[in-house]
Design a protein around this ligand. Structure first.
Ligand code: PLP
Length: 194
């Protein structure tokens, strides 16, 4: 059998996890998660990073924070994990899928404008498998149509687009720390913003 992924933990990491268990801080908001948030924000270059139970919650809360509500439409890259579209539906809004470029698996900027209606409020580009989407073109369209942008950077921690970290090139960026990702907290995620 070839596993999709197998996380690797070294001795030091196992000891650090043991220390957290022994401290009793097994829920969020403990000193180690606060330290992790600060380190992560510093690494990607944002002011804040807020850790959550997973990236799905990060996408959902980001959209709520940006005012997405029932009756709104949000453009979503159509090659993604279901959570991207679900997060829009959790706000009562409608995900409207936009085709990807088959060469990059990322949202095709030239397909975006034809999907914009008077109800469109935001775009969620996905950095598929960690490959950054074309953020310049996406941000330009968002500015033109006054749309918010939430980057689904679930798989993209550490990836760079023109010298900026993926997840830091728009209003909010969301990361996943699920066991299949570059770094893992078991389940986990965060959103970061300036
Ligand atoms: C592109 C994308 N978005 C969102 C998610 C959801 O992440 P989580 O499992 O941390 O909720 C994933 C998970 O694989 C993903 O690949």
């Amino acid at each position: 059998m070839i596993p999709l992924t197998k996380p690797f933990f070294n001795r030091k990491e196992i000891e650090q996890v043991q220390k957290v268990l022994e401290s009793g801080w097994v829920a969020g908001q403990g000193p180690v998660s606060n330290k992790f948030e600060k380190k992560l924000a510093k690494y990607v270059g944002t002011k804040y990073a807020i850790t959550l139970s997973n990236c799905t919650a990060a996408l959902h809360l980001s959209l709520l924070a940006l005012g997405i509500k029932s009756g709104d439409e949000v453009l979503v890259a159509d090659y993604t994990f279901p959570a991207t579209g679900h997060s829009v539906m959790y706000c009562g809004a409608k995900p409207v899928f936009v085709d990807i470029n088959p060469k990059t698996y990322n949202i095709e900027p030239s397909m975006i404008e034809q999907k914009i209606t008077s109800k469109t409020k935001a775009i969620i580009p996905v950095h598929a498998f960690g490959q950054p989407a074309e953020m310049d073109a996406i941000n330009e369209l968002a500015e033109k149509h006054r749309l918010k942008v939430v980057e689904d950077a679930a798989c993209a921690l550490g990836a760079k687009y023109k010298n900026k970290y993926a997840g830091t090139i728009s209003d909010v960026g969301c990361f996943s720390f699920h066991g299949r990702k570059g770094i893992t907290t078991g389940e986990g995620g965060c959103y970061s913003y300036r």
